[in-house]
Design a protein around this ligand. Structure first.
Ligand SMILES: *[C@@H]1O[C@H](CO)[C@@H](O)[C@H](O)[C@H]1NC(C)=O
Ligand SMILES: *[C@@H]1O[C@H](CO)[C@@H](O)[C@H](O)[C@H]1NC(C)=O
Length: 290
């Protein structure tokens, strides 16, 4: 289990949020990687192709690679399509996540743990609030994530954080601030992704190592779409159109609740909320409230 945070390219900058002004700005959110993202590391291993419609990350024995959004977001419905490293991807991790900065940062994580050809990827998720994570849930997927692009979404609004795979909700982290549990709501986050070698823990707990004869390993991204509040110099403006503004108030309806239950019953392979061995002095409070 990966209770420690993976080796994200980190920065120690601290952020002071002086005030938050919400305004509404109508923006058509047409994704273009040149416009929306910066390649942040990997020395040429990350590439923006097809006039900004496609981005690829690659990993070889020397280095992985990564990118980060130009904008910071404070709430949003953020979709990205990913096609994961095909074939023998054991030892590789593709992380796609939102995060703010600093030791009390907030973070919403998707991480895809590679595997031997034909063996299932694990989708690892986590939520950090005020620097505290340890909220892992892991899933198998109901499709091969390396054959085609699939849509991975985060809905982050003041009521909850919901993770979606192809529109199916797989996990919800509710705002339980009234019960004293921190919820991300004031630190703007960037969107990050990286592909790196984590064969010390990723595949079967580190038993299966990266086969470098298969390198370079490549993951692909397309169709980024954000209906979101963009943070800029102390205030935020929300992209929306009249038919889609609903993301800000959206919650799981009964169909969504049934879908989440279906995923959790059939595809969840780890849930911190049932790991009594790990939390001998009691499960985290949100586990009994959710
Ligand atoms: C890899 O495949 C093995 C065997 O099916 C499985 O136990 C494991 O959960 C899979 N995923 C990872 C990332 O280890
Ligand atoms: C408004 O948002 C909805 C939902 O994302 C989208 O389907 C629709 O095309 C958007 N309309 C315009 C005019 O951008």
């Amino acid at each position: 289990m990966t209770s420690s945070s993976p080796s994200f390219p980190s920065t120690s900058a601290n952020m002071f949020v002086s005030f938050l002004a919400m305004g509404v700005l109508v923006v058509a959110a047409v994704g273009n990687f040149n416009q929306d993202f910066d390649i942040t590391w990997g020395d040429g291993r990350a590439k923006i192709l097809e006039n900004g419609q496609l981005l690829t990350l690659s990993l070889d024995k020397t280095s992985g690679s990564g990118f980060r959004s130009k904008n910071q977001y404070l709430f949003g419905k953020i979709d990205m399509q990913l096609k994961l490293v095909p074939g023998n991807s054991a030892g590789t991790v593709t992380a796609y996540y939102l995060s703010s900065l600093g030791s009390a940062h907030d973070e919403i994580d998707f991480e895809f743990l590679g595997n031997l050809s034909g063996d299932p990827y694990i989708l690892h998720t986590n939520v950090f609030t005020q620097g505290k994570g340890n909220r892992e849930q892991q899933f198998y997927l109901w499709f091969d994530p390396t054959k085609d692009f699939h849509t991975y979404s985060v809905l982050w609004n003041p009521q909850s954080i919901i993770f979606y795979v192809d529109g199916t909700p797989i996990r919800e982290f509710k705002n339980l601030e009234s019960n004293g549990i921190a919820f991300p709501k004031s630190q703007p986050m960037w969107i990050y992704s990286s592909l790196w070698n984590a064969d010390d823990w990723a595949t079967r707990g580190g038993l299966v190592k990266t086969d470098w004869s298969q390198a370079p390993f490549t993951a692909s991204y397309r169709n980024f779409n954000a209906q979101a509040c963009i943070w800029s110099s102390g205030s935020s403006s929300c992209s929306s159109n009249s038919s889609s503004k609903s993301w800000l108030t959206q919650s799981l309806d009964t169909t969504g609740q049934a879908r989440i239950k279906w995923v959790q019953q059939n595809y969840m392979i780890y849930n911190y909320c049932t790991d009594t061995k790990r939390f001998p002095q009691g499960l985290p409070p949100e586990c009994s409230l959710a």
